[in-house]
Design a protein around this ligand. Structure first.
Ligand code: 8X3
Length: 258
């Protein structure tokens, strides 16, 4: 098994949900964690908590991954001790809206495409050359069941996650012959801020998504991310699709009370 002790792990979208769960679980096993998200105040609290609980280093910084120039600048200006990133977890992403294409909101599409596809590419492009130079590293992308199955009214979100699947596959091809690994973790229903964000704060609609069923928790997904990261160097987990027991496909869920 690979040890995570003193490995430098950069997690995007680390302020909540799956990103925050990954930050804690990696830190618990001795990794130094670079935490980025748009909300610095929350990240700072998380970083302090991680340092206190696990005695590891945590460095929070503000970043919107969809801003190319910001990605370049911030990564170049990281303290030297943090520059040598071993594992990049491309977790930042969102769904905005659930509408048929003919009624879709352009700004929702742009936000999803800019973060889920372009943001992932900007981060990867900025960090990958130093991984190639040292011939070591691991990129772990957060995909989705939505990258395997399209569902009604979700086509654009699904398209972004199909893109993540394509990019993970393409990265494995382009990096073939190096020791760099590329994995994709593709969850179904996970209870995070995902649905609250998708429905723009409409708590009723957000809660209905998980009504009567037991969704996955962010820690369930962080477990799978850790599993990939800790395999021996010759083992690359390409893809893990992970759904609640109460879910059989993107649209087929068992709800106990109807
Ligand atoms: C989240 C899963 O099915 O709500 O990516 O799109 S789903």
């Amino acid at each position: 098994m690979m040890s995570l002790k003193n490995k430098i792990v950069l997690i995007t979208g680390a302020s909540s949900g799956i990103g925050a769960a990954c930050a804690k679980q990696f830190a618990k096993l001795g990794a130094s964690v670079l935490l980025c998200a748009r909300r610095l105040d929350i990240l700072e609290i998380l970083a302090t908590q991680i340092q206190n609980d696990y005695g590891v280093k945590a460095h929070p910084f503000q970043l919107d991954v969809s801003h190319h120039q910001a990605v370049q600048t911030i990564l170049e200006s990281l303290p030297t001790a943090w520059k040598n990133i071993d594992i990049l977890i491309n977790n930042a992403g969102l769904a905005a809206g659930l509408d048929p294409i003919q009624a879709g909101h352009i700004e929702d599409w742009e936000e999803m495409i800019n973060t889920n596809i372009k943001g992932l590419l900007y981060m990867t492009r900025a960090i990958l050359p130093q991984m190639v130079a040292k011939n070591a590293g691991h990129i772990i992308n957060l995909g989705s069941i939505a990258g395997h199955q399209v569902y009604p009214n979700g086509a654009v979100y699904c398209a972004t996650k199909y893109a993540v699947k394509a990019l993970s596959e393409g990265l494995r091809m382009d990096l073939l012959g190096t020791n760099i690994r590329v994995s994709s973790i593709d969850p179904g229903a996970v209870e995070t801020h995902f649905s609250i964000v998708r429905f723009k704060g409409d708590m009723k609609r957000a809660e209905a998504v998980y009504h009567g069923m037991q969704p996955l928790s962010p820690d369930d997904i962080a477990d799978a991310v850790l599993y990939c990261a800790m395999r021996p160097p010759h083992v690359n987990i390409s893809e893990i699709i992970i759904m609640p027991t109460d879910q059989a496909s993107a649209t087929l869920l068992s709800r106990k009370d109807g």
